[in-house]
Design a protein around this ligand. Structure first.
Ligand SMILES: *[C@@H]1O[C@H](CO)[C@@H](O)[C@H](O)[C@H]1NC(C)=O
Ligand SMILES: *[C@@H]1O[C@H](CO)[C@@H](O)[C@H](O)[C@H]1NC(C)=O
Length: 375
């Protein structure tokens, strides 16, 4: 822009070819020197010397729970301070977590920017929100310069990197804030067996369990917290990976360091694997139905319905185990026809010595177990 305006100013001053309103002479304002180039509608841009725009965020990353409201902080101010208000534009954009992970390790800046989608644009008191954020976002504006973004009813797939860009004429400064959701990653496979899902089916399978395909960051965090799983699954970025904390043969080899083993991006339609799903807190309650405690699958569905509930989904059971400490040493049916039970305090006769959700896979539906309901 500077390159555009300088010749324009020069044209005004030297040739006087442009309408007078385009060519106001430099003014003094608050002791600072302005060149005011306006186009008569008052929509012009002002640029100035000696004043600098600062954009800051006290929190480079924010963690929140699903369904809640979150504030991504962003403030701007001028140095030295201005007395007259200025026409400042703010743009919030978003690089979804799955897109961020799909980018090369060190993406060229331009590439990272082009994958961002707009969340909100605001100027003065007017604003507009876009896409899945329409009607769910606003600026906090608790003080002058507060451009913090408030997102309501957080969804599983809202995670990623948000950019707050403040635009004032020629000045353009931005900061980024990472948004994470508190939740839990779980491996998931089909009732038809291992390695049955292509990418789209894996996406749907997670959604059916009240979850979403996990992002690389979510799986990495789960690995860091001890997840070890020797079956490869889809992630939200279309790569296939699995987390290994205890290296061994058959799981990438015993001489390889612990970490995520990656097959890289796979063909989304032709290649088949399991899935890593991410689930976060649910509004309702997951509970083990006390009576009756021995049911086939059909009876289990009816029993939950009689209790004004539904059979719990796998993502709901994991979230209840991880986020609310659900612990029950009785196997119960879940909505997908699998049988599992959640243990937060490992003990004798309740599976391995670590906490976890134990699985019996998908038993024949005439067999009798308890049931986990969701209300
Ligand atoms: C995000 O999740 C919502 C439901 O929670 C869904 O409607 C939307 O399509 C999802 N968006 C993407 C990009 O997956
Ligand atoms: C479960 O038991 C009921 C009888 O209580 C029976 O009608 C139903 O067919 C059984 N369902 C399955 C899947 O075996």
């Amino acid at each position: 822009m500077l390159g555009l305006l300088r010749p324009l100013l020069a044209a005004c001053l030297l040739l006087q070819l442009l309408p007078a309103s385009w060519c106001r002479m430099p003014e003094y304002n608050n002791g600072f020197y302005y060149h005011d180039v306006s186009n008569g509608n008052g929509n012009g841009e002002i640029y100035f010397n000696g004043v600098r725009l600062h954009v800051e965020s006290p929190q480079p990353s924010v963690s929140a729970t699903r369904g809640s409201s979150v504030t991504l902080p962003c403030h701007f101010h001028y140095e030295p301070e201005l007395s007259a208000p200025r026409r400042t534009r703010v743009k919030w954009s978003w690089l979804p977590a799955h897109a961020a992970a799909a980018a090369p390790a060190a993406p060229p800046v331009a590439a990272a920017f082009t994958m961002e989608t707009e969340v909100m644009v605001a100027m003065g008191n007017r604003h507009r929100s876009y896409g899945s954020f329409r009607g769910r976002v606003r600026l906090r504006r608790s003080a002058p310069g507060d451009m913090s973004l408030v997102i309501n009813e957080l969804r599983l797939n809202d995670t990623g990197r948000y950019r707050c860009e403040v635009i004032d004429g020629l000045e353009d400064e931005s900061i980024t804030v990472e948004l994470e959701l508190r939740g839990v990653v779980f491996p998931y496979f089909s009732d038809k067996g291992r390695y049955q899902f292509n990418f789209l089916e894996a996406q749907r399978a997670c959604q059916d369990q009240d979850a979403a395909l996990a992002t690389f960051e979510q799986l990495f965090t789960a690995w860091d917290e001890g997840l070890d799983w020797c079956n490869a699954g889809w992630l939200a970025d279309g790569t296939v990976q699995y987390p290994i904390t205890a290296p061994r043969d058959g799981c990438g080899g015993s001489d390889l360091a612990p970490g995520l083993r990656s097959y890289g991006p796979r063909h989304r339609l032709l290649h088949r694997f399991d899935a890593f799903c991410f689930s976060a807190s649910v509004k309702g309650t997951v509970y083990f139905l006390q009576n009756p405690s021995k049911l086939n699958f059909t009876e289990a569905v009816q029993a939950c319905a009689r209790a004004s509930s539904r059979v719990a989904k796998v993502g709901q059971l994991y979230a209840a185990w991880r986020l609310t400490g659900l612990d029950r040493c009785d196997a119960g049916w879940l909505a997908d026809g699998s049988v599992r039970y959640p243990i937060t305090k490992a003990r004798a006769n309740c599976g391995p010595p670590e906490p976890g959700v134990r699985s019996f896979g998908f038993p024949p539906q005439h067999q009798k177990f308890g049931v986990f309901c969701y209300r």
